[in-house]
Write a protein that binds this ligand. Structure first.
Ligand code: DX5
Ligand code: ZN
Length: 218
């Protein structure tokens, strides 16, 4: 079974994002992973809706916006209007997760919830029916190029079992420190979408990794 690969633009060359998108598209990328950071939930500040709006006409690829921001409810509409297809909010950033997810759906976008490495999957218990995607963070959010945190493996398997036993079509995305060495195990644990940034954009042979990761479940 092939998994989807969503290269994270965070590690791309920001002076030519249009060209970088073309490169990953030419090498078989399924999605584009947009890391949005507000300098508050995480120290770094990255991109806003205006960048998404400028990239949208450059590609047909599915864009998933990973909002690593406080008060995500204040930003969802602008990212959807800019052209993001899926909005992922961090479970840790809102006390009103059900309301935020319903708000994303009302805007016509797909929904996702991201769990930091220390966040238990129990937060998903009462929102499964609202979820198009669960994002298991395998690094602490805020930067690319970090080491994969292996303690998330049981969480990936647990969530995969929840999705299977509830007969849901929810995507299981894993994000952070993914490379050709750990990709197969992550897929075997149940991931259906792999996010990789530095392994794709910062390595000599990074573009070929897209195809390798897509087939890492074989
Ligand atoms: C981290 C981001 C990740 C990161 C992945 O806060 O959410 O998407 O950019 O980059 P790598 O693959 O380099 O860990
Ligand atoms: Zn991300």
């Amino acid at each position: 079974m092939t998994v989807k690969v969503a290269p994270s633009l965070l590690s791309a060359d920001f002076s030519c994002l249009g060209d970088e998108i073309k490169r990953i598209e030419d090498h078989g990328a399924d999605w584009i992973h947009l890391d949005v950071m507000d300098g508050h939930f995480v120290p770094a500040i990255t991109i806003g809706p205006v960048v998404v709006k400028s990239l949208r006409p450059q590609t047909e690829l599915f864009m998933d916006a990973h909002l690593m921001v406080s008060k995500p409810e204040n930003h969802i509409e602008s990212f959807v209007k800019a052209g993001a297809n899926l909005i992922t909010v961090q479970a840790e950033t809102t006390a009103h997760l059900d309301r935020v997810l319903r708000g994303i759906k009302d805007l016509g976008a797909k929904t996702g919830v991201a769990l930091n490495p220390a966040t238990p999957p129990s937060v998903l218990e009462y929102v499964w029916s609202l979820l198009d995607l669960v994002l298991v963070m395998s690094v602490n959010p805020g930067a690319g190029g970090q080491e994969f945190i292996p303690t998330v493996f049981p969480k990936i398997s647990y969530i995969a079992n929840q999705i299977r036993s509830r007969d849901l079509s929810t995507e299981l995305q894993v994000d952070g420190g993914i490379n050709r060495h750990n990709g197969p195990d992550i897929v075997r644990s149940g991931a259906t979408v792999l996010v990789a940034g530095s392994a794709i954009f910062k390595a000599e042979d990074g573009m070929s990794l897209i195809g390798e990761l897509k087939n890492s479940g074989q």
